[in-house]
Design a protein around this ligand. Structure first.
Ligand code: UDX
Ligand code: UDX
Length: 464
């Protein structure tokens, strides 16, 4: 089957960049990204490409090149489904906040809505691709809905999990370690569908990097990869606490350990805790699946990764309170960085949210600066926790447009995102404008300890 039209449902952090690259690399394919969120689609269509809703280095140039040529953003979901031979589902699958599996299982309601819509609209055969990260065996449920509510057309379901990391989405998409495609490889139609998707990626990814498997292996591989990555961060963060007690330095330990080629150097950066939309959600999902099969030891093993991560965020915040003479009540604390990592405007599950919430419970006043996150988003993140009223959040938290302004007259500064620009700040000047003793807490191992101590800061860094 030759693919001429692709539709992607969900214009988020995954759907948007992935489709932009497909459009750029496959000028012979029309790619339409649809979303029910009108504001988001309008932003993707904004004349000024700098206003697209997702900040990713290099993305706006690619959108500029392909948009209007063979890349389209629309809210007309039915039309895009109808026109496409291949439909990617890239809608969000948040952790359930109600009912069975609350706080653990993935909420699949949007996935099911998409499947029902595809079934209703489709008048020709379709290949449906799971791009969202989903619990293993979701493809079976999709197939069931499509076949039982469809118009008698043939649906092939593929799993094609996305491994891009935010902040490096463009480079990850252009040169992926691997592209994973799971399909019904025991049937001719299934194999053809897999081949059709392989051919899309083969426009820029070499065949050796395109891996084909059965659907269940593909679905589970994505959860496994995220669990392993998160586990490495929790492992090094566990060591960071031990380093602080023993006089070892976690960066030195990480370097020594990472030089063992069996372990490898990546993902050993100790931090205030991992965030992002995937790690926590996917591990909770894995824990839930394991429990539902009665595999309690497996579930407990993976749950510990989350427990340690929560502990890391909490102990960082608790250390601020302890260092500031056991009270931050009425004290101004500057938070530098709100995004869950640098080079993204995404704040989902960011450590900054939880550290700030802890400090606000201790009656601190918070002043936030992040180069890419809006004030609206910061308030929305705090309001979502429901710890205090929306108006209290607005009276206790202010958002400013420079790091210097955030730090001015503060008792303490906490660096929570590793934005490059924080390294370049004039820390001498910042020190002068702070209350004394001036405390600086580096949750990202970003700053030079000796230099900042020589300026006069009471400096605390994770893992040293
Ligand atoms: C999402 C999931 O969070 C992740 O598990 C999965 O791996 C890929 O998809 P992301 O792109 O980061 O990741 O999510 P988000 O930025 O929230 O985008 C999802 C989009 O889907 C939103 O813009 C939302 O409006 C849209 N959507 C949701 C629909 O268009 N239709 C729906 O029924 C539900
Ligand atoms: C992750 C996976 O890397 C990606 O393959 C998958 O598709 C989605 O989930 P993402 O969440 O975008 O990507 O970013 P990632 O770079 O993995 O970072 C996740 C969190 O871990 C961030 O908060 C980051 O700061 C933190 N982290 C990462 C560390 O604290 N230390 C590290 O060594 C690496």
């Amino acid at each position: 089957m030759k693919i001429k039209n692709i539709c992607c449902i969900g214009a988020g952090y995954v759907g948007g960049p992935t489709m932009a690259i497909i459009a750029q690399k496959c000028p012979h394919i029309n790619v339409t990204v649809v979303d029910i969120n009108e504001k988001r689609i309008a932003a993707w269509n904004d004349e000024d490409v700098n206003n697209i809703p997702i900040y990713e280095p290099g993305l706006s140039d690619i959108v500029k090149e392909a948009r209007g040529r063979n890349l389209f953003f629309s809210t007309n979901v039915d039309e895009a489904i109808d026109n496409a031979e291949m439909i990617f589902i890239s809608v969000n699958t948040p952790t359930k906040t109600y009912g069975i599996g609350k706080g653990m299982a993935a909420d699949l309601k949007y996935i099911e809505l998409c499947a029902r819509q595809i079934a209703r609209v489709s008048k020709t055969d379709k290949i449906v691709v799971e791009k969202s990260t989903l619990p293993v065996r979701t493809a079976e449920a999709l197939k069931n809905i499509l076949e039982n509510t469809g118009n008698g057309v043939n649906f092939q379901i593929l799993s094609n999990p996305e491994f891009l990391a935010e902040g490096t989405a463009v480079e990850d998409l252009l040169a992926p370690d691997r592209v994973l495609i799971g399909g019904d490889i025991d049937t001719v139609k299934g194999k053809d569908a897999v081949e059709a998707l392989v051919n899309v990626y083969a426009n820029w990814v070499s065949r050796e990097h395109i891996l084909t498997t059965n659907v269940w292996s593909s679905e589970l591989s994505k959860l496994t990869a995220n669990a392993f990555l998160a586990q490495r961060v929790s492992s090094i963060n566990a060591m960071s606490e031990l380093c602080e007690k023993t006089g070892a330095d976690v960066n030195e330990v990480a370097k020594a350990v990472g030089m063992d080629s069996r372990i490898g150097a990546k993902f050993l950066q100790s931090s205030v805790g991992f965030g992002g939309s995937c790690f926590q959600k996917d591990i909770l999902n894995l824990v839930y699946i394991a429990k539902s099969f009665g595999l309690n030891e497996v579930a407990d093993y993976w749950e510990q990764v989350i427990i340690l991560n929560d502990h890391q965020k909490r102990r960082f915040a608790a250390n601020i309170v302890k260092s500031l003479f056991n009270t931050v009540s009425g004290k101004k604390i500057a938070i530098l960085g709100w995004a869950f990592k640098k080079d993204t405007n995404d704040t989902r599950e960011s450590a900054a949210i939880y550290v700030s919430d802890y400090l606000l419970n201790e009656q601190a006043e918070i002043v936030v600066y992040d180069p890419k996150v809006t004030a609206e988003q910061i308030y929305a993140d705090l309001d979502y926790l429901g710890t205090r009223s929306d108006s209290e959040n607005r009276s206790l938290v202010s958002v400013v447009s420079t790091a210097e302004e955030a730090c001015k007259n503060s008792h303490a500064v906490a660096v929570l995102t590793e934005w490059d620009e924080f390294k370049e700040l004039d820390w001498n000047e910042i020190y002068k404008n702070m209350l004394k003793p001036a405390f600086l807490f580096d949750g990202r191992r970003l700053l030079d300890k000796a230099e900042l101590q020589s300026i006069g800061f009471d400096f605390f860094v994770i893992g040293n």
